[in-house]
Design a protein around this ligand. Structure first.
Ligand SMILES: Nc1ncnc2c1ncn2[C@@H]1O[C@H](COP(=O)(O)OP(=O)(O)OP(=O)(O)O)[C@@H](O)[C@H]1O
Ligand SMILES: [Mg+2]
Length: 344
């Protein structure tokens, strides 16, 4: 079934709970082990060192960026660098403002509160958070109805580290409460190679340099995907190879998992093939394209398209989706002469 392809794919950036548990072992613990993101790392290290020098909690930090780029990892690193503990919760886990008040009022001095998926926080909790972040205070409501009153409870200084894949969804007043916002970007192939050799070391598997290069170039700029592909190549090497993660092992394993040299999976290629072969390179409407590949329009739009567009393979126009020159090239096809007119 086509729809299960999307879920089974090894190149999607999201992770199951099970995978998140496996990831814990590969997380860098300190800032200097964290690969890439030089600008963010540099800025963060200044903030953390300055706070440590003053013996105070640093500004609140907002981490934004696509899944699998290291937001949770950085939140843990921030607490480790500050030598303090990390309290973890998330937007969806907080149902009522009272839940957040309970967490806040149990914080200890200089602790780091990690609020994952902060864009999914309910509105009343959000308002409580503004006050807590700015004035280190929560108003505890006692009683109900007309007789209810708010008792201000002051909190020790602490640092909120918020993470979001959708910074645009955060209301401005909340965004403004963060003294520092770090946006994480996709990693270069060279950076991913470093992530991979570090991970291979931790897993105790011998990884050849060419294999690291091959895996890195198919990992869509995402450390989570790189680590996942590494585990799949390790399996292949163990079961069908000699245990060594060679270039041949990497290529053979990634073929089994249908990840092509650009990091496209079966659905991605089906979309490209339909666009080029059935619709002459477009423009074609999303719904039509989705029917052609046997998927829901939403799946094509949210699962396959973002990477295809990012890679310059597919274009979105007011009249529909079009195949860009790189798409024809990637499929080993020649673009029809007329397709050039689509770009004018
Ligand atoms: N800069 C990095 N150096 C080394 N490993 C990294 C780096 N960034 C991420 N990783 C690894 O990638 C995996 C995913 O990272 P992490 O969980 O921090 O992503 P995330 O941004 O929180 O994703 P999500 O939005 O899905 O929660 C982890 O196993 C982590 O070890
Ligand atoms: Mg995370």
């Amino acid at each position: 079934m086509a729809s299960s392809d999307a879920e089974a794919s090894v190149v999607r950036p999201d992770a199951s709970d099970l995978e998140r548990a496996a990831e814990a072992a590969l997380r860098p613990r300190r800032l200097d082990e964290f690969v890439g993101q030089h600008v963010v790392r540099d800025q963060l290290s200044l903030i953390l060192d300055a706070a440590a020098g003053r013996g105070k909690a640093p500004d609140h930090v907002l981490l934004s960026g696509p899944p699998g780029l290291g937001k949770t990892t950085l939140a843990m690193i921030i607490a480790a660098e500050l030598g303090t503990s990390l309290r973890v919760t998330s937007g969806p886990a907080i149902q009522h403002a009272g839940d957040l008040a309970a967490v806040l009022s149990s914080l200890e001095e200089n602790e780091v509160l990690f609020l994952d998926e902060i864009h999914r926080l309910a509105r009343p909790a959000e308002e409580l958070l503004y006050v807590a972040m700015e004035d280190f205070r929560v108003d505890v409501v006692v009683g109900k109805g007309a007789g209810a009153s708010a008792i201000p409870l002051s909190l020790p200084p602490f640092t909120v580290v918020g993470a979001t894949t959708r910074a645009g969804l955060l209301p401005a007043p909340l965004r403004d409460r963060f003294g520092f916002t770090a946006h994480l970007d996709f990693y270069s192939a060279e950076e991913l190679e470093r992530v991979l050799s570090r991970s291979a070391g931790l897993l105790g598997v011998p990884l050849d340099a060419e294999a690291a290069g091959e895996i890195a170039s198919r990992s869509r700029g995402t450390p989570r995907i790189a680590n996942r592909l590494l585990r799949r190549v390790r399996d292949w090497a163990q079961v069908r190879g000699d245990g060594r993660l060679s270039l041949e092992a990497a290529r053979a394993a990634l073929e089994v998992y249908e990840v092509d040299p650009l990091g496209l999976d079966r659905l991605d290629r089906a979309v490209l093939t339909a666009l080029c072969m059935r619709f002459g390179g477009g423009p074609v409407g999303l719904t039509t394209l989705a029917v052609a590949v046997g998927e829901e329009p939403e799946t094509v739009e949210t699962v396959a398209e973002p990477f295809l567009v990012r890679e310059g393979l597919v274009g979105r126009t007011p009249r529909g989706r079009i195949a860009m020159p790189a798409a024809w090239e990637h499929l080993g096809l020649t673009a029809p002469a007329a397709s050039g007119t689509l770009f004018t």
